[in-house]
Design a protein. Structure first.
Length: 128
């Protein structure tokens, strides 16, 4: 699964895949795996992309806005980022981001994220 995800991410970055082609990969079950609650162990190399099927949640800790600390709950961060609604299941793209010196919290989409200082790994989450 990870090899397929890496290939898709490569071609997506180069704008070589249409939404229809990505949809066909999703329909065949070739693109996304079930999301773990935390992805900290996967956030080791900035730029690496993962695709997860996630159900949005409102309860749980999340730190940051747009870029989240790697120990933030993915289902909650995905709602905060607007990638999925509370209780909605969708496929999201998670991109490992360079760590920030400071993470700023905010209120978005019914979820409150918190401020946090330096943290060693981070990610972004988007709906595809």
């Amino acid at each position: 699964m990870k090899v397929i995800q890496e290939l898709v991410a490569h071609f997506e970055r180069q704008n070589k895949l249409t939404r229809e082609e990505i949809g066909a990969l999703l329909d065949q079950g070739l693109l996304a795996s079930e999301a773990p609650s935390r992805i900290q162990d996967l956030c080791t190399t900035p730029g690496v992309t993962y695709y997860f099927r996630v159900t949005g949640a409102a309860d749980g800790m999340v730190w940051g806005t747009d870029v989240y600390t790697a120990d933030s709950l993915l289902a909650v961060a995905a709602v905060h980022a607007g990638a999925v609604g509370i209780g909605e299941t969708a496929v999201v793209r998670v991109t490992v981001a360079p760590p920030l010196a400071q993470y700023h919290g905010s209120v978005r989409n019914g979820v409150t994220s918190s401020d946090y200082g330096r943290f060693g790994s981070a990610y972004r989450v988007d709906r595809i």
